[in-house]
Design a binder for this molecule. Structure first.
Ligand code: BDP
Length: 684
């Protein structure tokens, strides 16, 4: 018998060691923790409950080795909350719902995989946000808007008959970090999403996600009643339109009784909306909300709006939504991007957070790296998420995390635009998986530290060897500031290449194009100065949208953080940057150079780690870091040579000179289409 067990374990270990290190297993590997199967006892809930079955499997998989009891309590603070208690010989997981038990099971197996002593575990956890959502910008034709990891994981052309195994794997990965809601399709939504044929496919996906505690949502096109319903209008106050939505919503709930609701991008970037009929965002959102309320559904209505004629794009969402405060139904949540422009490597928090007193608000982050080097650059985003969540709004509950997680009339929500595709390693870059992971962990608990999350993810994904985890954590933790240095020093923003947003194009300008889609609108460089004056005294007045304490800090050059200086201030090239002892021009030169140096240093760290990493992933990451270093140089040279052409100033003596010429870089036109991740061969 003993002999057989040894043989079985040896065979299992053998099968793990021959698994390809292609990143497909994400952070759910568990091979290092293999030992004998524990006994799982279940109390207060049926063992056959689909979610409980998964919880049991998750405990058995890593071979936790001691008896575990899954106990469902009658009540708890939050249905997703759980506690883990070890008494030295066994562990009890308690929760008030099967999903809570599942989160507890994942927490236990995570602890085991990290080599912690689970027999003495003592932990209780409750999520900060109720809806921890991924937003997929996936299209029905299989492409992914701003997706850099292949095509969509949803195989609409094979559904409903063929069910990809990836649906379960995806759900498992999400649940393991506490993500409990998924919007399946692009906010630029096709009306076709709501045809009966497609809803039958959505049902299949929803059925796969449900046992993992994940609720399915859809993005909807506001003109759907016209386009697929054959109505003459989509006016939200029209009785036929209301009936159409109401019937459609009933149809969805017949198929998916626990459907979550709709995400809506309306009157933004050409999408239809209530404004087309002279109606407000509130009138549009409330019409959908009333029809969804009968099924306990929610409307997430996006605040990402900006008008080509607005003198300052950063102000538009606040200007448009503040007057509507108090007009939205209780089951409407306004989903606000973390910053007022558009997912730049650094933005101040959106002034809407905390400003609307009677409206529920959700925060939206972008996990996919639209403005952060796509899946070519290693940029660990937890520091970015955390910076926004920790920002003090000086309004209401305080920090952005507190304001958005406050539970008022209904559920609180946080959303991340997914970076997931059908690439073998899911995210294109092995380290981009960390951003999916970190989003989930912070959505559960915004007080976690990005460095701790990095260490945890590295331990689960690569190895718990402290020599590796220490250095690789340093690599990850420095990566976001490296990207800021080579892409947007001093708060310069939106100087990305037109359309695809990969690489620099500060000169990009097309006659007749809306100006807020071109970089000169944002940097406003002239022979003597640079930056966007957003102060109330002399500029657009955007600082005035913040609470006084925040507004005063941003409006004064002496107190504005230097990483936001040119976001809020217009500065002379020769003006000193407070605290640096040097001028704007020289500081820019030094910061771009520092960004290149940091990218190079990231390569040095990774190369040192070679003996501790499998060859496959070592090589894949090394190749990407080469591209990143190359791109950092490209950013530095393109931006500095272009600004120098405008300001005519020499480079500081101690700066390493550009290696490219401006005419060469100006001629760069990436051959790929609007979406996708460029290969090394396509770059300059
Ligand atoms: C921008 C993207 C665009 C999205 C839009 C949005 O460039 O592809 O559709 O945001 O969030 O960042 O709606």
């Amino acid at each position: 018998m003993k002999h057989l067990v040894i043989l079985a374990v040896a065979a299992l270990l053998q099968s793990f060691s021959t698994l390809a290190e292609d990143g497909s297993r994400l952070w759910l590997r568990y091979d290092s923790a293999l030992c004998s199967t524990p006994q799982v006892t279940v109390a207060g809930v049926k063992r056959t409950d689909p979610t409980v079955r998964i919880a049991i499997a998750e405990i058995e998989k890593p071979g936790i080795g001691i008896p575990v009891t899954l106990r469902m309590k009658k009540s708890g603070n939050h249905p997703d909350a759980y506690s883990l208690k070890g008494d030295g010989r066994s562990v009890t997981i308690e929760a008030a719902s099967p999903a809570g038990l599942l989160y507890g099971a994942f927490a236990l197996s995570r602890a085991a995989a990290l080599g912690l002593d689970i027999a003495t575990v003592n932990e209780s956890a409750s999520p900060a946000f109720d809806l921890r959502m991924l937003n997929h910008w996936d299209n029905l034709n299989g492409t992914v808007e701003r997706g850099y990891a292949g095509n969509s994981i949803w195989k609409w052309d094979e559904l409903p008959s063929v069910v990809s195994p990836r649906y379960d794997q995806y759900a498992r990965a999400c649940a393991s970090v506490g993500i409990n809601a998924a919007v399946l399709n692009n906010v630029n939504a096709s009306p076709q999403m709501l045809t009966s044929d497609n809803l039958a496919k959505v049902k299949v996906i929803a059925d796969r996600l449900r046992p993992y505690g994940i609720t399915t949502f859809l993005s909807v096109n506001f003109a759907s009643p016209k386009v697929i319903g054959g109505l003459a209008t989509a006016d939200p106050l029209d009785a036929d339109v209301m009936k159409w939505w109401s019937d459609k919503i009933d149809e969805i709930y017949t198929l998916i009784p626990d459907f979550g609701g709709f995400l809506v991008k309306a009157n933004s970037e050409g999408e239809p909306g209530p404004g087309d009929y002279g109606r407000s965002h509130a009138q549009g959102a409330n019409m959908l909300a009333d029809a969804l309320a009968r099924h306990d559904g929610t409307v997430l209505w996006r605040a990402f709006v900006y008008n080509p004629t607005s003198p300052d794009r950063a102000m538009q969402a606040y200007d448009e939504f503040m007057p509507l405060d108090g007009e939205f139904r209780d089951n409407v949540i306004i989903q606000i991007k973390n910053g007022p422009i558009d997912f730049q490597p650094r933005e101040p928090f959106s002034p809407l957070f905390g400003a609307m007193k009677s409206t529920r608000q959700a925060i939206e982050f972008q996990i996919t790296q639209e403005y952060l080097g796509a899946s070519n650059h290693l940029v660990y985003l937890a520091p970015l998420f955390k910076e926004t969540l920790d920002s003090d709004t000086h309004r209401g509950a305080g920090t952005v995390a507190a304001v958005t997680s406050a539970r008022g009339a209904g559920k609180s929500a946080i959303a991340g635009v997914a970076n997931i595709g059908d690439d073998t390693n899911w995210c294109g870059h092995d380290f981009a998986q960390a951003n999916w992971y970190a989003f989930g962990r912070l959505a559960w608990d915004p007080s976690l530290s990005p460095a701790d999350i990095a260490g945890e993810w590295l331990g689960l994904t690569f190895t718990t060897d402290p020599a590796f985890v220490g250095e690789a954590t340093e690599l990850m933790m420095g990566s976001r500031e490296a990207a800021v240095d080579y892409m947007m020093p001093l708060g310069l923003h939106h100087i990305f290449a037109g359309g695809h947003h990969y690489g620099p194009e500060p000169w990009y300008y097309v006659e007749g194009m809306r100006p807020d889609w071109t970089p000169p609108y944002y940097h406003k460089a002239t022979a003597d100065s640079i930056g966007f004056d957003r102060t109330t005294a002399t500029g657009s007045g955007a600082t005035g949208q913040y609470a006084a304490a925040v507004a005063d800090r941003f409006a004064d050059k002496a107190t504005c953080p230097d990483n936001m200086l040119l976001w809020f201030q217009r500065m002379g090239w020769d003006e000193p940057v407070p605290g640096t002892g040097t001028t704007v021009w020289h500081t820019l030169c030094h910061r771009y150079t520092r960004g290149v140096d940091k990218a190079r240093h990231m390569q040095v760290i990774w190369d040192k780690l070679q003996p501790l990493v499998d060859a496959e992933r070592f090589g894949a990451v090394q190749d990407k870091l080469k591209i990143q270093t190359h791109d950092a140089q490209w950013w530095k040279d393109a931006c500095l040579l272009y600004f120098q052409e405008i300001n005519g100033r020499p480079f500081p003596d101690d700066m390493e000179r550009p290696v490219y010429t401006l005419p060469y870089l100006r001629a760069v036109k990436l051959p790929y289409g609007l979406y996708g991740c460029p290969s090394r061969e396509e770059l300059p």
